[in-house]
Design a protein around this ligand. Structure first.
Ligand code: 76R
Length: 280
């Protein structure tokens, strides 16, 4: 053991370097109905009240969002998506959620840890300026400067949304992990930055066709999970999910480098409806 770390270990929270962004935890549970049915009506009510209180407590915690889902298909029953600023908080809430209905009622069947991140491929001010010049706007003219200011404002808002996302209450939730291939022929990490940037720009152009229909959050998990990103999509119906994922399969980045894990679909429901839906 490293003694230097030990002597500084008075307060464990000091050891976690402040992180600009959110930790994201997707946790899916199956409900052990046999265990649940052993509880009396009173105990069941108490357990549901405890979970309700816990959810309220988590939601009231600073810089934290917690979403609840009834999962579709028996891959899982109950799902949570937790977004919070601090790994200690994420860890504490996760442990509490698992025990919230009493021991052995909720069995975790899937979980995914990831973090919000800025895109590596965002257009820089210089690149945007070059595009303006190509479009015939004179460099350093009033119009040019105005457009650059407007651009910077947009990027600032965009980066804030990426680091500190606020998920919508849209009903359909979809989650799956993804990686970029490191094959002998197609190796994403062996490509020049400029090549990757151009391909990602193409990807974003395809994605933007779903503006207003799909809200996407891409979170990084390299070093945290086997896959490199978590993809969380919200939609108003499953048709839009199916369409965007299908269409993207033909996008160059996905065609050449996309690797997918398992897909999970859930319905975002308020807690009382959720309890009824999952038969608690
Ligand atoms: O963040 C941005 O909006 C800028 C452009 C952008 C990036 C950097 C973007 C746009 N994505 C980015 C990164 Mn995406 N995305 C997916 C999937 O890939 C598939 O085939 C399916 C999974 C969907 C459906 C989707 C949707 N994206 C990424 C990354 C990280 C790659 C990296 O950094 O190397 C992955 C794994 C990924 C996968 N993407 C968009 C969308 C949509 C809808 C958009 C437009 C968003 C908007 O403009 O509002």
């Amino acid at each position: 053991m490293n003694t230097e770390t030990d002597t500084n270990a008075e307060d464990s929270s000091d050891q976690v370097i402040p992180y600009q962004g959110r930790h994201i935890l997707h946790i899916l549970y199956s409900i052990e109905h046999s265990q649940w049915s052993i509880l009396s009506d009173e105990e069941q009510l108490e357990a549901k009240t405890d979970l309700t209180k816990l959810i309220q407590e988590i939601r009231a915690s600073e810089n934290t969002q917690l979403l609840t889902f009834s999962m579709v298909t028996p891959k899982a029953d109950l799902g949570f998506m937790l977004l919070t600023d601090d790994l200690h908080k994420a860890n504490e809430f996760e442990k509490k959620l698992t025990l919230s209905l009493g021991a052995d009622v909720l069995t975790p069947v899937y979980s995914y840890l990831s973090m919000t991140e800025l895109s590596e491929y965002t257009t820089s001010e210089e690149q945007y300026g070059e595009t303006l010049v190509e479009e015939g706007v004179e460099k350093d003219s009033d119009e040019f400067n105005e457009k650059i200011t407007e651009y910077n404002r947009r990027i600032e808002k965009y980066n804030q949304d990426r680091l500190y996302p606020n998920m919508p209450d849209w009903p359909v939730f979809c989650f799956y992990p993804m990686s970029k291939k490191r094959g002998e022929v197609n190796n994403w990490y062996g490509e020049e930055f400029e090549v990757r940037r151009k391909m990602m720009a193409g990807h974003a152009r395809v994605g933007r066709q779903w503006a207003g229909k799909i809200r996407q959050l891409i979170t990084g998990s390299t070093g945290l999970e086997e896959f490199e990103w978590g993809v969380t999509l919200f939609a108003h119906n499953t048709q839009d999910i199916k369409e965007i994922v299908y269409t993207m399969r033909f996008d160059e980045v996905t065609v050449k480098y996309g690797e997918f894990g398992d897909f999970y679909i859930g319905l975002q429901l308020p807690l009382d409806e959720l309890f009824r839906r999952v038969q608690l």
